[in-house]
Ligand binder design. Structure first.
Ligand SMILES: [Zn+2]
Ligand SMILES: [Zn+2]
Length: 159
């Protein structure tokens, strides 16, 4: 098939870029301005669940009541990755063997959830705060992809 004329000269987003762009869009729903984070869980190039960091359902948000600080971190919110996993659970969606796209690398708590949820690949848009994830991911066989280092030339998500 011929390439449609309008598509010529335009860089088509790779699958990794496509899903990370969606994760960035999801992050705009976040309610804690200390860090806006979005997450998208994907398998076979289909979105299974999304999440952003926000308060427990039904409780006030940081942008309404202020942060709930504990040891330098806001603990009011459920993190984006956790909310995406919870969304899958609420809807009965199997996420074993999936990939997760997160705008910031998982904290230790979310990383543990990701590992036990059976998520096989974690692509993140920027490094956030916990370097323990790198060693442990190798031990567990979880692929970590730092997309801040491969902005233009990331391989397509084939799984
Ligand atoms: Zn907050
Ligand atoms: Zn987290």
């Amino acid at each position: 098939m011929d390439t449609p004329p309008k598509a010529k000269g335009r860089a088509r987003a790779s699958w990794d870029e496509y899903f990370m762009n969606i994760a960035r869009e999801v992050s705009t729903r976040s309610t804690c301005d200390r860090k806006f984070v979005g997450a998208v869980i994907v398998r076979d190039r289909s979105i299974l669940a999304t999440g952003y960091n926000g308060s427990i359902r039904g409780l006030p948000h940081c942008d309404e009541e202020g942060h709930l600080m504990e040891e330098g971190h806001c603990v009011r919110t459920v993190h984006a990755e956790a909310n995406a996993i919870v969304q899958a659970a609420r809807n009965g969606v199997r996420i074993d063997g999936s990939s997760i796209y997160v705008t910031a690398s998982p904290c230790w708590g979310c990383f543990r959830l990701i590992a036990n949820a059976g998520i096989a690949r974690v692509a993140f848009g920027e490094f956030y705060r916990d370097p323990r994830i790198f060693d442990v991911a190798v031990k567990l066989g979880i692929e970590l992809v730092d997309m801040s280092k491969s902005a233009a030339a990331s391989p397509a998500a084939s799984s």
